[in-house]
Design a binder for this molecule. Sequence first.
Ligand code: PHE
Length: 468
Amino acid sequence: MTAQRTSIHGQWSSRMAFMLAAAGSAIGLGNIWKFPYITGQNGGGAFVLTYLVCIALVGIPVMMAEIMLGRRGRQSPINTLRTLAAEEGGSRRWQYLGWGGVLAGFIILSYYSVIAGWALAYVFRAASGMFVAASPEQINAIFAALVADPERLLAWHTLFMAMTVIVVARGVRSGLERAVKFMMPALLIILLVLVGYAMNSGKFMDGYHYLFDADFSRLTGKGILIALGHAFFTLSLGMGAIMVYGSYLPQQVSIGRATVAIAVLDTVVALLAGLAIFPLVFASGLSPAEGPGLVFKTLPIAFGHMPGGTLFGTLFFILLVFAAWTSSISLAEPAVAWLVENHHMTRVKAVTWSGIAAWLLGIASVLSFNRWSGFAPLAVVPGFETKTVFDLLDFLASNILLPLGGLLIALFAGWVMSRASSAEELALGNLGYRIWRFVLRYVAPLAILLVFLNLLGVIDPLRRIVGL
Ligand code: PHE
């Protein structure tokens, strides 16, 4: 057995603490805000099925790999990858994978904070009774008025970023660990109540069929890439967030079981959100392809019409803010851990600078919903004609950087790291280990590569050549 390292940043107090933190990172805006809206933009069932396959075949094995690498390296992803590469006889260049993750985390944090700002704003809108008996048109107008005002969005974005900075500054174990414990069950309960409301909306089965009937003619190559990218996004993979959380994990915890539990929980939350939202979309004559405003235009209709809706609505948006908060802190952590390790900064200083940088970039996303809403920098590229700066930042981070990061993590853990090291660190049963290693070495990398090649238009000509 190799000498065990310890992390200079501390350790989770227990297995439970790690589970809460990792589930807190995974469950966030990705499940409740992003999953429904990209499902609506990509045609429903076939997209959902592709996403579920990606979670099972790529997400789960890569998540195990990330946690394992983190725990073995016990440092920020950049230094973990450098150390492990040296130990396993790999190239120093593997540390650049850590850098890619820091970049992805920084980009995601920049717009994540803007959207979390919407959720903050909605806490107050719900509490003030604004949604009571409101028509879908009025709800729509409330959303439109919010995003049309850059100053307001900037203020909420600033507040949310400050909240993130404060928690990260306090270190890995304080504060939010306790919040997650009540937040997760409460969020599940409210989602169940909303699904119950959707069941009585008259259009529940329409929503259900939309989510679960797979019509593959509606799925494009880009849709497949978005499903893959979302599997990474929603599980916080491919950028080092889960790796850095793994670096604080006590040695005796079983990585396999923790991973499966987190992935299942995360998927359940996303599907419940879909089941709550799509029936309302159809019942109120909205389009599933409404875009990033989808949750904010649908759920308030339910809150406005159900008994106790003002209270429930307020609680729901508070929980959404918490869910986003426990995710945003993990977006910043890889960069902060690296700054502390290599530049001997205090956590406070490291996270303040990281937060300021992400806040500045976030202004581009703030403007994408108003002043720059007609500005599509890549309009000449087919498929990107109407993509705003916000859309492009999300596309770059979620659909390019995260899958690429995941591919390289799979290659590193599957091919560079020795069998002896990964088997020791994962401590799975023999069969479980062999399945994991096979999927990580072959299935996951091939799946990611195929999705990229398909997008680049390489697959169809190939298929014709081999006569498929
Ligand atoms: N998983 C988070 C969510 O679903 C977002 C996230 C992505 C967090 C990447 C950390 C790293 O909202």
